[in-house]
Design a protein around this ligand. Structure first.
Ligand code: CP
Length: 303
């Protein structure tokens, strides 16, 4: 029984198999409509979510399965002091697979160690968000047709932005990837993530200046400043609008740039950019559902 807590839990071959299944689901959805008949997914969300929870639930319904949903920690016995371990043991009695989001780093790992069914990390604190990375990878695959030899700009809150950490950990497997890490000093990528880039022999630059590097980028991955991770509101207010992408700032960008964002967006991409053919962020949303379908099939070992 396999759980996915970190994108590193999936080999490069497994990632590519999941992408291939997702592509097949897009082409032939009817083939998959009953693959999970009689199976149940539990979505245990101890933090707010729109895309991740609803796309997991849509994914299971589209596979013919059922969903048990907990969308709010206060409506569960966690509010009475129940541990993550006991919750995982309990929900294993009702569901065949669990997707968990939690504000504490490592909570889905604890769940996986105690559950008797596969657990998927749907975002743990500022740490990891592997299924967002699956959505991002399918988007890159469909937009670029490759993962190697890309210059990838990651911009915004690179410290607390868990999607950034997981995406870097997926892309470092490919050759010729160059990262441009664009953030204020206070929101730089953690050292452990930078070390992983270095250990793979890949290049990165750290900068505060998005516009200087814009012409070089094949992918621009914007992120929200993560208000919920800040210890004081003053710092958040000072940093929240560090980067606001507008059509004017895209004037020097490549014609085939892919503009990505895990969403939700606050101010960091002007809505005027939505009409730009290079904007991919709502494609990412849809791709996330197909990749979560493919991941559920894999973890439930459905042929
Ligand atoms: N991208 C993402 O995780 O969105 P939600 O917080 O809405 O699930």
């Amino acid at each position: 029984m396999k759980s996915v807590i970190d994108i590193k839990d999936l080999s490069t071959k497994e990632l590519e198999e999941i992408i291939a299944v997702a592509e097949d689901i897009i082409e032939n959805p009817e083939k998959y409509a009953h693959k999970c008949d009689g199976k149940k997914l539990a979505t245990l969300f101890f933090e707010p979510s729109t895309r991740t929870r609803l796309s997991f639930e849509a994914a299971m319904y589209e596979l013919g399965g059922h969903v048990l949903s907990m969308s709010d920690a206060m409506s569960s016995s966690a509010s009475k002091g129940e541990s993550v371990a006991d919750t995982a043991k309990t929900v294993s009695c009702y569901a065949d697979i669990i997707a968990m989001r939690h504000p504490k780093e490592g909570a889905p790992l604890v769940a996986a160690m105690n559950a008797s069914v596969p657990v998927i990390n749907a975002g743990d604190g500022g740490h990891n968000h592997p299924t967002q990375t699956l959505a991002d990878l399918l988007t890159i695959h469909r937009e670029k047709g490759r993962f190697d030899n890309l210059t990838v700009g990651l911009c915004g809150d690179l410290k607390f932005g868990r999607t950034v950490h997981s995406l870097i950990n997926a892309l470092i497997r490919y050759k010729g990837i160059k990262f441009v890490l664009i953030s204020p000093d206070e929101l730089k990528v953690p050292s452990y993530v930078k070390n992983e880039i270095k250990d793979c022999g890949l290049e990165y630059v750290q900068t505060k200046d998005l516009e200087e590097f814009m012409p070089q980028l094949d992918i621009l991955y914007m992120t929200r400043v993560q208000r919920e991770r800040f210890f004081n509101e003053e710092d958040y207010l000072r940093l929240k609008d560090s980067y606001i992408l507008t059509p004017e700032k895209l004037a020097t960008a490549k014609e085939d740039l892919s503009i990505m964002h895990p969403l939700p967006r606050v101010n960091e991409i002007s809505v005027a950019v939505d009409d730009d053919k290079r904007a991919c962020y709502f494609k990412q949303v849809l791709n996330g559902k197909y990749m979560r379908m493919a991941l559920i099939l894999k973890l439930l070992e459905v042929k």
